[in-house]
Design a protein around this ligand. Structure first.
Ligand SMILES: Cc1cc2nc3c(=O)[nH]c(=O)nc-3n(C[C@H](O)[C@H](O)[C@H](O)COP(=O)(O)OP(=O)(O)OC[C@H]3O[C@@H](n4cnc5c(N)ncnc54)[C@H](O)[C@@H]3O)c2cc1C
Length: 419
């Protein structure tokens, strides 16, 4: 095994980023301890990495900093029934995010984000395949592609998406309504056409996969401590400190991968990083997962459905409202109605869940050393694509920790861009 100088690493957060980073570091022979306030093996563990739509989406390079939606965003925000919503009491707190969002809006920013999302997304499935060789994925992974459907209403946006993907060489197969119904005959024909990403895959249980990766980490000697972490700092050249409510732990290096909750720590470290959250929801229609055989996303509605072991998971919508506001009943209602529009045969739903996408205003994650504390490494802000990017983030960030050389251009992911 290659020898690395780093003697120990502490990681805050056992979401998909934390466990994948932990796994890659332990494979390099470095002692690693992961901290989380919830035990990943328990049913109470319900962060974004638990409740997401389970799509591995290496094609999803385009984000919301794109010029074609300039006029749609305000319209959607002021409508109480749409894919985008706002908790009004949160607007003042969201100001730094919106300010930076507007700065990162437009054609040039859109293409910059697409280019650097593509750089890591194009490696994402291979990185997972390496892990899948070492864990039991039976009944957890399906490779049947992912379908997006749309109406004729926003064809200008659809054309833009197709062009950007074509330019980047991403495989996509456009489908007519008839072709979609042949693949998914139970869908109601409320859409006009769509696209299939045939190489995309999905999991039938994100938590199940995460647990398998976490168990692999433990089996290789990784440690886990269940504690609420309150402080992170660098004491000197050789020591970083992770402090819980009751104890203090010292590591040579620390990794911050606590998703949307990471801002608490970057503020403490004196860095102005405009991380915020796009809240998203899911519900399950139990025993109705057989109605579709692969994920179907209705682009006009900003929602999708994934067949999962817990049932058919209807998932999506974006709500700006921070980490503390309660669940919105209207968002749940919206999801349920959208699901029934595509599948009118659905009946009652269960398991209403709210989760927090960690999002930076330019829709690129932050990967790299803290600017003021070089032994603290950041790994957060994966927004809508953190599930897809878990395994590749593990490889990239473990490489940063041990100061390995890389052919990737990592500068666009540095927190320098906000400071
Ligand atoms: C509705 C929805 C659908 C999505 N669908 C998809 C999808 O289909 N495909 C895709 O690629 N991505 C999807 N995403 C995005 C993806 O789920 C997230 O980007 C990803 O899970 C983030 O992973 P993470 O490890 O950074 O954070 P998290 O999963 O949020 O994990 C962070 C962990 O840190 C812990 N933590 C936080 N603060 C502390 C503290 N102070 N002390 C101790 N522990 C702490 C938390 O308990 C948590 O376990 C979706 C997200 C949502 C909300």
């Amino acid at each position: 095994m290659e020898k690395y100088k780093c003697k120990s690493v502490g990681i805050i957060g056992s979401g998909i980023q934390g466990v994948c980073i932990g796994l890659q570091l332990i494979k390099k022979g470095i002692p690693v301890t992961i901290f989380d306030r919830q035990d990943p093996l328990s049913n109470k563990f319900q962060p974004a990495s638990y409740g997401n739509a389970g799509h591995f989406s290496p094609y999803a390079v385009l984000q919301f900093n794109r010029p074609d939606i300039l006029y749609d965003v305000p319209k959607m925000l002021f409508s109480s029934y749409g894919p985008l919503a706002l908790k009004w009491d949160y607007i003042p707190k969201m100001f730094p995010w919106f300010y930076n969002y507007l700065k990162n809006f437009g054609n040039t920013s859109m293409l910059h984000t697409a280019k650097y999302m593509h750089q890591i997304l194009s490696l994402s499935n291979d990185a997972y395949e390496e892990i899948f060789k070492e864990i039991d994925t039976s009944d957890l992974i399906e490779k049947k592609g992912i379908i997006y459907v749309w109406t004729k209403k926003n064809l200008k946006s659809r054309k833009l998406e197709i062009k950007v993907r074509d330019d980047l060489g991403i495989e996509q197969k456009l489908l007519t309504q008839k072709e979609i119904l042949k693949l998914e005959p139970n869908l109601s024909p409320v859409f006009d056409g769509g696209v299939i990403y045939e190489k995309a895959m999905h999991t039938r249980d994100p938590h199940g996969i995460l647990k398998e990766i976490f168990k692999l980490f433990l089996s290789k000697g990784g440690k886990f401590i269940q504690e609420n972490i309150v402080n992170l700092h660098q004491k000197n050249e050789k020591q970083t400190v992770i402090k819980s409510e009751t104890s203090e732990y010292i590591f040579e290096k620390s990794v911050l991968s606590s998703g949307a909750f990471s801002k608490h720590f970057t503020d403490q470290l004196g860095e102005k990083i405009p991380l915020d959250t796009e809240r998203g929801y899911h519900v399950h229609f139990k025993k109705q997962d057989k109605l579709i055989s692969r994920p179907v996303i209705f682009l006009d509605r900003g929602f999708g459905m994934t067949p999962m072991n817990q049932g058919l998971r209807a998932v999506g919508t974006v709500e700006f409202g921070g980490l503390k506001n309660p669940t919105s009943k209207k968002r749940i209602e919206y999801l349920v109605n959208c699901a029934k529009e595509l599948l009118p045969q659905l009946n009652k739903h269960d398991d209403e869940w709210l989760g927090f996408r960690p999002t930076l205003p330019d829709f690129l994650p932050v990967l790299g050393p803290s600017l003021k504390n070089k032994n603290i490494i950041y790994a957060f802000g994966h927004h809508h694509l953190g599930w897809t990017l878990g395994a590749i983030t593990g490889k990239i960030v473990s490489g940063i920790v041990v100061e390995e050389k890389t052919n990737l251009d990592l500068s666009p992911y540095s927190s320098k861009r906000f400071n």
